[in-house]
Design a protein around this ligand. Structure first.
Ligand SMILES: NC(=O)c1ccc[n+]([C@@H]2O[C@H](COP(=O)([O-])OP(=O)(O)OC[C@H]3O[C@@H](n4cnc5c(N)ncnc54)[C@H](OP(=O)(O)O)[C@@H]3O)[C@@H](O)[C@H]2O)c1
Length: 246
């Protein structure tokens, strides 16, 4: 088991790649804190983990609310006593062109996709530093490398999260390693919300591997980055995208 007795907070773990990662981390021995806003799905993920004989709790939190983030970490400490791994994976899409983009939408995307990762890190990094070891993983995107029409807030948030990842690695080492995963098209609810595989067909057809990614493709990279297998890797934004050019 690669994460035996580690305590891992996985944000956005009520669905998609966060859910797959929460399940995989638990199978590898971690005590997992599942979080999101949807109670029904949070319960379902915890039940799946417990039914397999592993350990997890859920704590509901809206990533745009600092008080929820503080309560998430407080509950983790109350139940498990520490935090070893923070996976900042929750994210929201925004598909509004710049000239129509209202400040409210802009702020919400930045809060959910970037500020939550910063604030959760501020809460857990002192604990990790004190222990002499910790891992932070952020989910950026291939949208963190280049722009595409109509996605300005999302694109900006993912570029920002890449910069934040590098800053985390620079400032929080040597005790803490910080890396990001940049997924390509992964078949989750987020892709389904914009038209499913059909909507990302152009990406898949132009890629060497000719398939859409699955949540498990991201979970296995998250496990690699969380475990000692990657002990000499920090400050990296690692693409898991089937080799797309975008
Ligand atoms: N799918 C792709 O092709 C793709 C590509 C590149 C990057 N990404 C990134 O991958 C990450 C995971 O997305 P996914 O594809 O797995 O999508 P997903 O299945 O829709 O999952 C999104 C997760 O984020 C949580 N979330 C969203 N807004 C939240 C909020 N305000 N507060 C708390 N939790 C919130 C959702 O939980 P609740 O609904 O319970 O709140 C859910 O668990 C995101 O950061 C996304 O930007 C996705």
């Amino acid at each position: 088991m690669k994460l035996k007795d580690k305590v891992a907070i996985v944000t956005g773990s009520t669905s998609g790649m966060g859910r797959a990662t929460a399940v995989l981390f638990a199978r590898e021995g971690a005590k997992v804190v599942v979080t999101g806003r949807n109670q029904e799905r949070a319960k379902e993920v915890v039940s799946q983990i417990k039914d397999e004989g592993f350990e997890a709790i859920y704590v509901l939190a809206d990533m745009s609310k600092l008080e929820d983030l503080k309560a998430l970490v407080d509950k983790t400490l109350e139940v498990y006593g520490t935090v070893d791994i923070l996976f900042n994976n929750a994210g929201m899409l925004s598909m509004t062109p710049i000239l129509q983009l209202e400040m409210e939408e802009w702020s919400r995307v930045i809060k959910v996709n970037v500020t939550s990762a910063l604030y959760l890190t501020q809460l857990v990094a002192p604990i990790m530093k004190e222990k002499g070891k910790g891992v932070i993983i952020n989910t950026t995107s291939i949208a963190g490398f280049s722009a595409r029409y109509g996605l300005a807030a999302y694109i900006t948030s993912k570029h920002a999260l890449s910069g934040l990842t590098k800053s985390m690695a620079r400032e929080l080492g040597p005790e803490i390693r910080a890396n990001a995963i940049a997924p390509g098209a992964i078949h989750t609810a987020m892709v389904d919300s914009v038209g499913g595989i059909e909507a990302v067909k152009w990406l898949i057809e132009g890629s060497p591997l000719k398939r859409v990614g699955q949540s498990e493709d991201i979970a296995s990279m998250a496990l690699f980055l969380a475990a000692d297998d990657s002990s000499f890797i920090t400050g990296q934004v690692i693409r898991v995208d089937g080799g797309v050019d975008a």
